[in-house]
Design a protein around this ligand. Structure first.
Ligand code: ACO
Length: 331
């Protein structure tokens, strides 16, 4: 980091997952699949599903309140709210504005950021710039997803993977340590590997688009898998190398929770023992933009992370996008 910049750290985290649990056995009753297939191919045993009246902002608010409380500041002190989501309450206004109102964060600017599962890391990088330059003091980054609303109920290849939930991190200036580096990337040639076709300006909502199921998530699972296996290790190493570190310096890895085989490939590339990796995909599946902040919050509250630990957050997602962040944990 440029020495004129203010050091930035995560000073509080929070998360929320809905109470309703959907097990693999439950899914066996809906589509042609088995608990054995799902566990072997993905590592996922169950996921959470939001009640029908709950939207992404509702879960995001709870996660945010917990992060604000952990940071020990008031909602009115927040300068900016960034929400990473591919399942906003509405296409507009932003879910960030809805959350700003519900939090009473009356002094905060607010916007959404679209980078799918990498959204939380992209969000951290944006937040860090505002604080590092002195423009803002406190920025709240939230990843919140109600993926159950965009998954085709009869598509066994996606129904088994995704879950609902929200995570949040409050960023502020710190004396030392904190966020040390980022590596971000995108490859738009992979747009059609993972997308929701209808509901935007190219295929507006119509009777036909709904009948054809174009409002549901479509994924080329194998292609995304191959990309993810390569990129998770690669981007982590790039972020480490930027600050002269190697994988031997990692104390704890918090990867995007898409598939245990993808995480295992990254862990192998980074030569890490399992004890240094946080996994909760068995309980929640892939919560897209919410996966990393939920895992981070659980790791913090479960005391898996301690002051001075070198943490790597790493994710990939639709876009295609990818990103990693190295942090010297400050509390
Ligand atoms: N139950 C049983 N069989 C299934 C299921 C299921 N739920 N789903 C697929 N199958 C079948 C397929 O139809 C196929 O059958 P066939 O050989 O007769 O054609 C067979 O199982 C193998 O299918 P593959 O797709 O080759 O299985 P694979 O081992 O690749 O696993 C999976 C599929 C789990 C989707 C994997 O490719 C994956 O995890 N991909 C990455 C997905 C991902 O991470 N997406 C999120 C990105 S993040 C974001 O931005 C949202």
């Amino acid at each position: 980091m440029n020495s004129n910049l203010i050091p930035v750290g995560i000073i509080g985290t929070g998360s929320y997952v809905p109470e309703q649990i959907i097990t693999n056995k439950d899914l066996e009753k809906i589509v042609d699949t088995s608990d054995e297939w799902i566990v072997t191919r993905t590592g996922i045993s169950e996921r959470r599903k939001a009640e029908s009246h709950i939207a992404s902002s509702d879960m995001g608010v709870i996660a945010a309140q917990r992060a604000i409380e952990a940071a020990g500041i008031k909602a009115t002190e927040i300068d900016l709210i960034i929400v990473a989501t591919i399942t906003p309450d509405m296409l507009f206004p932003s879910t960030a504005c809805i959350i700003q109102d519900k939090l009473g964060a009356t002094n905060a600017a607010a916007f959404d950021l679209s980078a799918a599962c990498t959204g939380f890391i992209y969000g951290l990088s944006v937040a860090a710039q505002y604080i590092a330059t002195g423009m803002y003091k406190y920025v709240l980054v939230i990843g919140t997803e109600t993926l159950s609303r965009i998954i085709h109920p009869a598509d066994r290849s996606t129904l088994i993977l995704f879950g609902d939930g929200a995570g949040a991190a409050l960023l502020g200036p710190v004396k030392e340590g904190g966020i040390l580096s980022f590596d971000l990337g995108a490859d738009g040639s992979g747009t059609m590997l993972l997308y929701q076709e209808a509901g935007g300006s190219r295929v507006p909502a119509s009777l036909e688009s709904v009948q054809q199921g174009k409002h549901y998530l479509t994924m080329m699972g194998n292609d995304v898998f191959k990309f993810a296996v390569r990129i998770m290790g690669e981007t982590s190493l790039k972020a480490l190398n930027k600050i002269g570190l190697t994988c031997a310096d990692i104390d704890f890895l918090i990867p995007h929770q898409a598939n245990i085989r993808i995480v295992d490939a990254a862990v192998k590339r980074l030569q890490l023992p399992p004890s240094k990796v946080y996994i909760n995909l068995d309980k929640y599946g892939n919560m897209s933009g919410a996966s990393i902040p939920v895992a981070l919050d659980e790791a913090v509250r479960g005391k898996k992370i301690k002051k001075g630990d070198m943490i790597v957050l790493v994710g990939f997602g639709a876009g295609l996008t990818w990103g990693s962040c190295v942090l010297d944990w400050i509390y």
